[in-house]
Design a protein around this ligand. Structure first.
Ligand code: PRP
Length: 212
């Protein structure tokens, strides 16, 4: 049995569809209820729904053998897992954003609000720029609007949230997409099963790309 941690929400639902299309379906998952684990013994899979930012914790500690995690989470938490495949879904960018006409006063320390303090710190370290990190847990766009920060480091998908709040992407830090990850010990002991799942996902992606 392979234990799969799926991120709750749109990305997880899409990821499940890809896994089901790749031969790892689990009809029970489509039932509308509040259950968090679902299994299909015939296909040798058990799925769990977890908070997106927790997927890599379950996989790193072996509570799940594999999982689907955004590259943003992998870059932020640097979990000790194998990244086996770029699923090409959940595409977005990690950006610095702020008021369109933002000008940085060189005599002041830049105040950066973000849910991703490690990514932000590494980015500004690489530019040898000191910053003041303000760690928030959501609605990051509010920070520059209310003067809590000068800029934000956040995910931009469609750009709508920024636009509707009179903010703009100023710099792109890195492109993000969903990744298929594996626990390192599971990868050794369930090697064939995990590789079969990875290869089936890859074949499915190639088929999809060819159809587009
Ligand atoms: C994310 C991100 C942005 C928004 C970007 O927020 O933090 O606010 O999506 O998407 P867009 O470019 O398509 O508008 P999320 O929905 O995860 O909510 P939260 O960070 O406020 O919790």
């Amino acid at each position: 049995m392979i234990n799969v941690a799926l991120p709750k929400g749109r990305l997880g639902e899409k990821a499940y569809e890809t896994l089901a299309a790749a031969g790892f379906d689990c009809p029970a998952i489509l039932e509308k209820n509040r259950k968090l684990t679902f299994e299909n013994p015939e296909k040798g899979v058990r799925y769990f729904w977890v908070k997106p930012s927790d997927v890599s914790i379950y996989v790193e500690r072996g509570a799940a053998d594999v999982g689907i995690a955004g590259k943003d989470i992998l870059l932020e938490y640097s979990p000790d897992v194998y990244e086996l495949l770029d699923l090409g879904m959940g595409r977005c960018r990690m950006c610095v954003a702020g008021p369109e006409d933002f000008y940085q006063d060189p005599n002041k320390t830049l105040r950066v609000a973000t849910k991703f303090p490690h990514i932000a710190t590494r980015y500004y370290d690489s530019r040898s720029q000191d910053i003041d990190i303000i760690k928030l847990n959501g609605s990051i766009e509010l920070a520059p609007i209310l003067g809590l920060s000068d800029v934000i480091v956040d995910i931009v998908e469609t750009g709508k949230t920024l636009l509707e709040n009179h903010l703009a992407p100023l710099e792109t830090i890195v492109d993000i997409s969903a990744r298929f990850i594996s626990n390192k010990v599971s990868y050794k002991f369930k090697h064939q099963e995990i590789l079969a799942m990875r290869d089936a996902l890859e074949r499915n992606l190639t088929k999809k790309e060819a159809a587009e």
